[in-house]
Design a protein around this ligand. Structure first.
Ligand SMILES: [Zn+2]
Ligand SMILES: [Zn+2]
Length: 180
């Protein structure tokens, strides 16, 4: 996903198309996951179309990323497919001598050695799209914390046995008022 500056035109946009391999995507997902157990997985290569043009040393781009990935629901662990479609635009400029930090502006990227590398753009675009607490559906009931039953598919006896103490107090009041 590298392009030599010399290949870019200053007069018109040039289109590039890449298939982004699953191994590379899985690496991005893995880095994003702090638990060590990968929550996100790639299902197939993603596709990136990018349009670039150059103005002196600055390279402007817009790009369109499409693909699919899979995750385990954070409540019930069900494997869930999600599609991803990101449109982005920004620019590359040469890294200055002694410039080690990345620019604060998220749409500005640096390059060196007369070559722009699209990998950080793609990585950032994907990472920003990933949900924090991915669920299989908004109202997923999750797993029972006691017996592990999937509460979307079944009910378990745990809740009935475990009466919330606040309700217990209310019931006592109700029973008391009945008997008086
Ligand atoms: Zn779920
Ligand atoms: Zn249960």
């Amino acid at each position: 996903m590298k392009i030599r500056l010399l290949d870019l035109s200053t007069s018109e946009e040039k289109e590039y198309d890449w298939d982004i391999e699953q191994a590379w995507l899985d690496q991005v997902f893995k880095e994003e996951d702090e638990t060590g157990e990968p929550m996100f997985r790639s299902l197939s290569p993603m596709h990136l179309s990018a349009w670039l043009y150059r103005n002196e040393a600055e390279v402007f781009f817009r790009a369109d990323l499409k693909g699919e990935y899979e995750y385990s629901c954070s409540r019930c662990l069900a494997p869930t497919k999600e599609s991803l479609h990101v449109e982005m635009s920004g620019m590359f400029r040469p890294r200055a001598d002694g410039e080690f930090d990345e620019p604060e502006d998220p749409s500005v990227f640096l390059y060196a050695n007369e070559e722009v590398d699209f990998s950080p753009v793609i990585r950032e675009s994907i990472v920003l799209q990933l949900p924090l607490n991915p669920v299989c559906k908004e109202d997923c009931a999750g797993l029972c914390a006691d017996c592990g039953a999937n509460l979307n598919e079944t009910t378990c006896q745990c809740e009935e046995e475990k009466i919330d103490p606040r309700w217990e107090a209310l019931r006592a009041i109700r029973d008391a008022s009945k008997s008086s």
